[in-house]
Design a protein around this ligand. Structure first.
Ligand code: CA
Length: 218
């Protein structure tokens, strides 16, 4: 799963990015509206955290543009304290949720989990497939109740497949959702991650659908 964090306050952006990375997400940060617009238009995200007060292009304008151009990615807006009209405007413009500043990072992450859950048609924080369980709160996987040690990229591959159990995921889609923008990408490494996951979770845990991609086994 991959997040875009749009926040011009450097310290806050770093805090959010650090917590999101620790929670298992691939994270990109934009520090002004133009950079955010560029990234949202060229990259694939599972959710966006969007501050409304931004240099160069404000958050509401960005959100309006994204929704008008058909970008449906869940967006959590960060609003100023006590500003109810910002929340109303933001939600009417297409935000899926909001958190007011100052906030606890844990609350932001919980709301992001909920947005991703809803967007992918899942209803619980624990996702299951066969005897594999993925705890999205703790960013942990278990096999038959026993914890499985995964690298961050392995976790992201498994998390993406577990969130999308209803369909086959292409290698390029997986690649889009497990790396941050500045990461040197190679779609062949997805095969390597899948092979390692099969070693850890069982050879039949991830099915290859010839010529299309991968699907988590039920
Ligand atoms: Ca701001």
């Amino acid at each position: 799963m991959r997040l875009l964090i749009v926040e011009d306050e450097a310290l806050l952006a770093r805090q959010l990015a650090g917590a999101a990375a620790a929670a298992g997400y691939a994270v990109d940060c934009a520090h002004d509206g133009e950079q955010a617009n560029f990234l949202a238009g060229t990259e694939e995200y599972d959710a966006v955290i969007l501050d409304l007060g931004l240099p160069k292009m404000d958050g509401l304008t960005l959100l309006r543009q994204w929704r008008q151009s058909g970008i449906a990615t869940p967006v959590l807006i960060l609003t100023a304290r006590g500003s109810w009209h910002e929340k109303v405007q933001g939600i009417d413009t297409g935000a899926d949720d909001y958190v007011s500043k100052p906030f606890q990072v844990e609350e932001v992450l919980a709301r992001i989990r909920a947005l991703i859950r809803r967007a992918t048609g899942n209803f619980t924080t624990e996702l299951r497939a066969g005897n594999i369980t993925l705890d999205t709160r703790a960013a942990r996987a278990t096999l038959g109740g026993i914890p499985v040690k995964l690298t961050s990229h392995e976790f992201r591959v498994l998390s993406y497949l577990m969130h999308h159990q209803d369909r086959v995921i292409t290698r390029s889609e997986l690649t889009e959702h497990i790396y941050a923008q500045d990461f040197d990408r190679d779609s062949n490494t997805v095969e390597v991650f899948v092979a390692r996951l099969r070693r850890k979770l069982g050879p039949g845990s991830i099915e290859t659908v010839r010529g299309i991609g991968y699907r988590i086994a039920q």
